[in-house]
Design a protein around this ligand. Structure first.
Ligand code: 2AM
Length: 180
């Protein structure tokens, strides 16, 4: 990328293709697309680890080095509930319990990025997988949703590209989590 070109980037947990399809199937079967709003294409499903915003190439390099220095464990996520934020009109999948390994990973990312001169994240970390944007009403109780289990053994850096009608996400780098 040219030195002065900025990219909109974020660190994320990135489901594989099979898991994306499983998530879509559970959401469809549970009737969670019935309440209107703009469905997130399954190819775009992710859990944000840390939103970075528009980074210069130097900042992106620094963020990549931070990610490469992280030593964190792989973990299992059980996405067992749905939720809705009326402020952002976003409907999401989440969990009643988040593994300590995820919170540790997030903590390491946040701490590491301080050395890149980036604004620290001011919002408390609220892991979630957005499946509906611009949802006017909550899509319904979690009762009809069957939990999905996800073994997370890597995290990625994603480039968010605005395209006609939405956004395309390109994974630009990936780091492996250890299996212990
Ligand atoms: P997402 O719903 O696609 O994960 C920039 O603000 C982006 O960061 C949002 O579009 C949202 O993307 C994600 N986000 C917002 N609030 C967050 C929070 N508290 N914790 C983690 N990610 C958040």
């Amino acid at each position: 990328m040219p030195p002065d070109e900025r990219q909109r980037l974020f660190f994320a947990l990135w489901p594989d293709t099979g898991l994306r399809q499983r998530l879509k199937q559970r959401l469809t079967e549970g009737g969670f697309y019935g309440a209107g709003g703009q469905p997130v294409p399954p190819d775009n499903f992710h859990i944000t680890l840390r939103y970075l915003g528009w980074l210069s190439s130097a900042e992106r390099r620094c963020a990549g080095q931070v990610a490469g220095n992280i030593r964190a464990s792989a973990f299992q996520l059980v996405l067992n509930r749905t939720g809705y934020w009326s402020g952002s009109r976003v409907a999401w999948l989440g969990a009643d319990n988040w593994p300590a390994a995820l919170l540790d990973l997030n903590e390491q990312v946040q701490k590491g990025l301080e050395q890149c001169g980036l604004e620290p994240e001011s919002r408390p970390y609220q892991p979630h997988l957005t499946y509906l944007r611009k949802a006017a009403v909550p899509p319904g109780p979690s009762a009809g949703y069957v939990p999905v289990t996800w073994w997370v053994d890597s995290f990625v850096l994603v480039h968010s590209v605005t395209v006609p009608g939405g956004v395309r996400y390109e994974v630009v780098d990936r780091w492996i989590l250890t299996a212990d």
